[in-house]
Design a protein. Sequence first.
Length: 83
Amino acid sequence: MPEHVPSLQLAGTAVLTLAGVVWAISVLRLLRRFRAEAVRELPAARLPVLPSQRKSGPPWESVELTPAERDAFAGLVRQLGDH
């Protein structure tokens, strides 16, 4: 500790330095949060080269199972549920 600098001045410098670091960290966190929110609000960019996508998928398909197939499937579900 330098002899010509009072202790109160050194303590003040330490407090101001700590306050500056806390302020900088707070500002960086706020900027990151608002940047993330701004990115979420941006509309999805469309690529003009790609064809437009369908809004709906293919129609649902259903198959009737025989009783033996139903029993086998139920056994498989029980086996997987035990793990």
